[in-house]
Design a protein around this ligand. Sequence first.
Ligand code: GAL
Length: 685
Amino acid sequence: MEKSLEASRFRLGACYYPEQWPEEMWEEDLKRMKKMNFSIIRIAEFAWSVFEPREGEYRFELFDKVLDLAHQYGIEVILGTPTATPPAWLTAKYPEVLNVSQQRVSYQHGQRRHYNYNSPVYRELSAKITRKMAEHYKNHPAVVGWQIDNELNCEINVFYSEADHKAFREWLQKKYGNLERLNEAWGAVFWNQTYSDWEQVHLTRPTVSDSPNPHQALDEKRFISYSAISFAQLQADILRIAAPRHWVTTNGIFGHLDSHSLTESCLDFISYDSYPNFSTIYPDKGEEPLLDRKWSLNLSVARDISPNFCVMEQQSGPGGWVNKMEMPSPKPGQMRLWTYQSIAHGADMILFFRWRTAVFGTEIYWHGINDYHNEPNRRVMEAAGIGRELAEVGDRIVGTRYQADIAIIRDYDNEWDGELDKWHGQMQGKSVSAWFKALQYHHIPADVIYLRDQADCSHLNKYKVLVYPHPAILFDATAQVLKDYVRRGGTVIFGCRSGYKNKDGHCLRMRMPGYAAELCGITVEDFTLIGPNEQAPTVIMTAQAGTRELKGEAFNDILRVESAAAEVLAVYQDTYYAGKPALVRNKYGEGTAYYFGAAFELTAAASLIEELGIVSPIEGHMELPKPVELSIRKHPGTGESFIFLLNYSGHEQTVRFNTEFIDLLKNCKLHGDVKMEPYGVYVIQ
Ligand code: GAL
């Protein structure tokens, strides 16, 4: 069943922490929110000690007052279950709830997310506080939904407490049944790792050179994901029974967590926390970085989970913790730009993080809309402007869906296996980012889709092109799905190192690319990593539009053509394999498969886009400069469309409109050459 946010109106709001402010401020805050056209707040996700100051002693007065006030001002409320920050009484009395590092150091009180998912007592106490809150607030007229915990697997996504080792063993017993099968899956005969008793089996522990068994490490990540989901499930089950009128979500998409399965089993829809200014401290690598525009890739992942979703935290100020993360302030207009970036990608509800900057604690430099002094400032004005615009147009956009003909495929097994794997791990991010960038700069909207074990063809068929950069782990069943897709007329593009591992991360005793070889019409004759002190070779591509020079980045598969329907489109230069195929196109059924023997860089992705003749859907109607992103949302029933143009540059950009359009936000005509303001946004119908 599709898990999407179903809203009849657009909701804008803020994350609010009444417990951090004097009571006299609450009413004024809510009154001002209302004036700014905010209609929703999220509260309480870190307030466990307010609700339960001592074990078993529950207090609801503080939040009762806030909820009543919110209702009085017509503001809806999302309640967070407070389990991301266990109280001091809890961790002191039950130290076994603490998360532990691989080196067996317990993480102590003072930050957040210092618990583990498998401690029986933590599960019991989390269930209790969730049930108490749900029973208390199930009928409060302000409450509309729940956020489980806060950002599962953020900050830390590995867990090595005693409870985790034990639960891992039980998980493995269920998965493998007996030690023989476990030993086989983990290739335990290699370096004498064979287990003869379950008590010898653990999560990865410190090893010489810090290099654990790779198959055990892959299972560990699957187990962490399973643990996080089972912890969320515990709370979701309680909320469904105790507060059946409310929806349930959680915020964030983090490592070692299959957020698709999480949403399927526990949530009504996913929520994402969007902080595009991280791009200023962690810019994406490679040429012409996307910077804050790269958040469109993350939002596309959220959209693959829930076509319409919530942005529970939308950056509204400069970020920073006392001891880390140095971020500049969003420039005038950037907060508005980022808000529409979220909407362009499918968000139908957005809450700014946070209403007011904290005056104490780790996040005194993580600024919200209001400053410490609480007087009007530039960000308050900008947020109020967004509120006004969305009050006008938001409801018309709600429920429309992002449109794309091309998708980049990812999957959890390869992400998790690749994390430890120096040979193929480094290529995944590089190639996905190169493709996304090339599509962005060509103004071609794209989806990101996760292939999962139970993948069937139906959701793939709507795409003309699928790019699956480096699926080292590629099941026979997945290859069959892709073959069916291509046979019916689709196009699939692979990069190097595809199809050579099985589900346990063992290498297949087959010619590469394993189960994808027939589809691609090639095998890999020889291969090499480009060593740290070597230059990537030039690749010469003979394309329809002339000859192009690409780079054979990171790794080179030297290809051998195996099918009469296969054609060499590019060859390597200046190496011992000069003249050998680097890019092959194979006709398969009604469709085509491409295999590129290297990782993709921007030019390689751009050349393939041109070779395939993929053009922007607005071609002929408008001419967009490079810094402007294009997204289109369409109503599934009425077909009504909204075109979003987002200028990420701090400079004016000229857009040429060959047809006359109307910008719904400023209600002005767009025709001929139009100057788009720095960080400007158009929403066009
Ligand atoms: C998010 C988190 C918030 C806040 C924010 C800014 O990851 O959910 O609670 O910490 O980042 O750092």
